[in-house]
Write a protein that binds this ligand. Sequence first.
Ligand SMILES: Nc1ncnc2c1ncn2[C@@H]1O[C@H](COP(=O)(O)OP(=O)(O)OP(=O)(O)O)[C@@H](O)[C@H]1O
Ligand SMILES: [Mg+2]
Length: 361
Amino acid sequence: MIQAEDRRFHQHAGVDWAIASPAPALRHRQGVGCAALRYSVHRIRRADATITGVAPIISVSNLSKTYASGFQALKSINLDIRRAEIFALLGPNGAGKTTLISIICGIVNPSEGAVSVDGHDIVAAYRTVRSMIGLVPQELTTDAFETVWATVTFSRGLFGKPANPGYIEKVLKDLSLWDKKDSKVMTLSGGMKRRLLIAKALSHEPQILFLDEPTAGVDVELRKDMWQVVRTLRASGVTIILTTHYIEEAEEMADRIGVIAKGEIILVERKDELMRKLGKKQLVLQLHNRLTGIPPNLAVYGLEVNADGSELMYTYDTRAERTGISALLKDLSTAGIVFTDLNTTQSSLEDIFVDLVRKSK
Ligand SMILES: Nc1ncnc2c1ncn2[C@@H]1O[C@H](COP(=O)(O)OP(=O)(O)OP(=O)(O)O)[C@@H](O)[C@H]1O
Ligand SMILES: [Mg+2]
């Protein structure tokens, strides 16, 4: 467990750095790096909307938030969420994720702009909108002296839904809380409390579920169970919006990913498309004879040799018209370099973001 947490910490640190930086670069370097990417993303989004022709379930227009302190947490956000998708909102601490979710759920008032949920304005039709939404808040707030069963049943009642013990039982079982149904909330562990928040959010059978940092403090095994619950919900038509610092989580779960930094959405893209378009691949060749340097006729490929000269690495762009692999293999043969094995690796989402930042500098 300690190791797993360590790993998350390192990723966390990496992600914060990786995502925090593009925003200013975007503003100042239009037409290159990230700015070019943003342009293409916007074009794709519009094209997507036309092709699918389905109205988004949530539509956020020119949404800004300035807190009473004068701090501007959101800057003119435009975002559409599609029905029954899993949308991951990815961004570092303080990016504005919780603020955005809180506005959509009617907990925080927007300063400018509008949000509609299934065609209803969130301010004019507050009750209708709220009853469609389940919210798993980032902060643990629990009624310590109640039992698990009573807490979840009460939550359902708050939304005016008739009692349905069978449904509550299913929710508790799905979240591995059934054996704790008669325990007082104060006796639950941190991870169990977080799962209880999910059970509460699902108690009134919402069409939309917001999960704000749902896996903080939840162990690896249970995290997997939670994702299974989320996938099952999506399959039944529920739209899911989750926030996370962890690219790993977005990569595993999301259909689409939105990256938010310093109150601005800097990227919205289908996960697979994002990876396909931006992913670098690396070809690694295991050499028959060790190399001490790169022969001059291979200089154009920007090859790298590992420390002991036994491997040759070629990084290529999957987006390019030509990857250069055939030419490279031909030139290797001409140079008399023989390899015994080869493999390719594709960048992870994290590599992609680190790469974005490097390019935008
Ligand atoms: N009530 C408030 N008054 C003033 N500033 C606030 C308030 N709530 C949030 N902020 C500020 O707005 C910014 C965005 O906060 P928010 O909680 O939305 O970030 P977040 O992306 O959810 O971060 P985290 O990943 O740490 O949860 C932060 O700089 C925060 O300090
Ligand atoms: Mg937050």
